[in-house]
Design a binder for this molecule. Structure first.
Ligand code: SAM
Length: 284
């Protein structure tokens, strides 16, 4: 493959299954002068799999400031350089931003070689609304800041996409139930493209119970997707939430949701979800 000189290629690599790499990515990695990798051991496994013997250099958050001037100089001198991260797309909760920014500032061409990213992979199969999406990366690691962070997202109507580790997935779910309400729809996408790939779909409360009950479901890598806040359908002069609450105090929840839909408009399913929100968290 003809490779362009003085170009920084930002190359997406697999998030599990080594077959998930594009033909073009393999060509570029096989042809560039330098490959900058977050973890050279990990990238070497990928390169060996595809019979590529490229010049690998470690490039990560701890040495990027030190190495960057040299990388930019090589680019200016005509070298072609590929940037990869451990998995997925560089810069997506991964290193590379400073280098790409600096290359752009110096008018050096930056060419993306698209491919996997756990967020898009999860979104494509979760079955949650994908027209408006808020990618959040990793949330805070400890309880109090995480709850504050979640509270700031409570009114958001876009689908929330969060990266999480096995150590914190249960804590994240517990806090999400507390702050967003047990009734919110959510999906846990675990071990995408790998042997134990699993999608758990349900309400936040159901998912929390599922993970509490089964330690295996807490193993691996996770993308948590949470449906955005479903606004109460417009109800004209009637205060629809009040109607819903009043009916729910006398009737079973599904019947209350059905009647509210008849009175205020909207779908019974949405009103049922709204009722769960109203009864389980500070949704309004
Ligand atoms: N750059 C990567 C991308 O494009 O998705 C993300 C890197 S970030 C450091 C790693 C996080 O991505 C993991 O902690 C997990 O939340 C998510 N992730 C990566 N691979 C995954 C997979 N196979 N299944 C589920 N989540 C994954």
């Amino acid at each position: 493959m003809a490779i362009e000189r003085s170009v920084l290629y930002v190359v997406a690599t697999p998030i599990g299954n080594l077959a998930d790499i594009t033909y073009r990515a393999v060509q570029v990695l096989g042809a560039v002068d330098w490959i900058l990798a977050e973890d050279t051991r990990r990238t070497r496994i990928l390169l060996q799999h595809y019979g590529i013997s490229g010049q690998l250099h470690a490039f990560h958050e701890h040495n990027e400031a030190e190495l960057m001037p040299g990388v930019l100089e090589r680019l200016r001198a005509g070298a072609s350089v590929a940037l990869v991260s451990d998995a997925g797309t560089p810069l997506v909760s991964d290193p590379g931003f400073t280098l790409v920014r600096a290359a752009r500032e110096q008018d050096l061409p930056v060419i993306p070689i698209p491919g996997p990213s756990a967020a898009v992979c999860a979104l494509s199969a979760a079955g949650l609304p994908s027209d408006r999406v808020l990618y959040l990366g990793f949330g805070p690691r400890t309880r109090a800041p995480r709850r504050t962070w979640l509270a700031g997202l409570a009114e958001e109507s876009a689908t929330l996409v969060v990266y999480e580790s096995s150590h914190r997935i249960l804590g994240m779910l517990e806090d999400a139930v507390e702050v967003l309400g047990a009734g919110r729809d959510a999906v846990i996408a675990r071990e995408l493209t790998k042997l134990h790939e699993t999608f758990l779909c349900g309400t936040l409360g159901e998912l929390r119970a599922r993970l509490q009950a089964d330690a295996n479901q807490r193993k691996g890598e996770f993308v948590l997707l949470v449906r955005g806040k479903v606004s109460a359908p417009a109800g004209g002069a009637v205060d629809a939430d009040q109607t819903l609450r009043a009916l729910a105090s006398e009737l079973p929840p599904k019947q209350a949701a059905r009647l509210t839909a008849r009175i205020a408009g909207g779908s019974p399913k949405n009103w049922y979800r709204r009722l769960l929100e109203l009864s389980s968290g500070p949704a309004d």
